[in-house]
Design a protein around this ligand. Sequence first.
Ligand SMILES: Nc1ncnc2c1ncn2[C@@H]1O[C@H](COP(=O)(O)OP(=O)(O)OP(=O)(O)O)[C@@H](O)[C@H]1O
Ligand SMILES: [Mg+2]
Length: 263
Amino acid sequence: MSSVIEVSDVSWKRDEKVILEHVDWKVEQGEHWAVLGLNGSGKTTLLNMINGYIWPTEGHISVLGHRFGEVDLRDLRKSIGWVSSSLQEKMYPNERTQHVVISGKHASIGLYDKPTNEDYERAAQLMQQLGCAHLIDRIYQGCSQGEKQKILIARALMASPKLLILDEACNGLDFFSREALLNSISELAKSPEAPHMLFVTHHTEEIIPIFTHTVLLRRGTVFAKGFTRDVLRSEVLTDFFESPVQANWSQDRAWLSIPVSGE
Ligand SMILES: Nc1ncnc2c1ncn2[C@@H]1O[C@H](COP(=O)(O)OP(=O)(O)OP(=O)(O)O)[C@@H](O)[C@H]1O
Ligand SMILES: [Mg+2]
């Protein structure tokens, strides 16, 4: 079987500025990856490229076995779900939550066709899976940020994507809402029809064990990639951030701290 994502020697320049440089990255079947990097390191640019919204200046990309240039990107995008915190404001505020979820069937903002009974059933099942079944019939606007994120993940799953991109899905969530969302993502990964997931974050502790692999992006280049356990180590991260940090592993997650000088 072909790789889920294959990014080969990809560069992207904009206005003489190199934004991605010689990026090599492969996601194989059965893997879920975390993408970690500071602001402006190129994470969203790379994901935009995987979604076919921008085109590499150099190099090649294949997604779900289709090489860009040889595939209709509109078709390919139907197999890719995308959830970002900026998506939250794009939904119609007065819509009912289940209608927001159903709108994911055609990745539309709002509903254009009358939903079928199957649509309602599927939406209810997805909301159950994401731990937000109790929000059914609520108005989207009245939901908290954490609740909205769960609804948007359910929405992205409505089209049964093969690849799900979560770009800073935990932004703006309080500690408990964040843990609840991470738990739902972990549960989702266990389901037989789970998509491959890419989880973009600034925070190592959000990289839960289902994200077996992590890529570190710095200034548009891949600094390190591989098993999360090997990548999220104090030495690697200190080099990566160019500042001393300590990775404390607890409950299979890496929690960062700044060592007190002399330690
Ligand atoms: N269309 C564009 N034109 C010019 N520069 C761009 C464009 N898109 C992105 N950039 C620049 O590329 C760099 C990487 O941006 P990108 O949005 O990929 O970073 P990021 O890793 O997602 O950051 P953040 O963590 O803040 O979301 C930034 O310096 C950004 O200003
Ligand atoms: Mg970004």
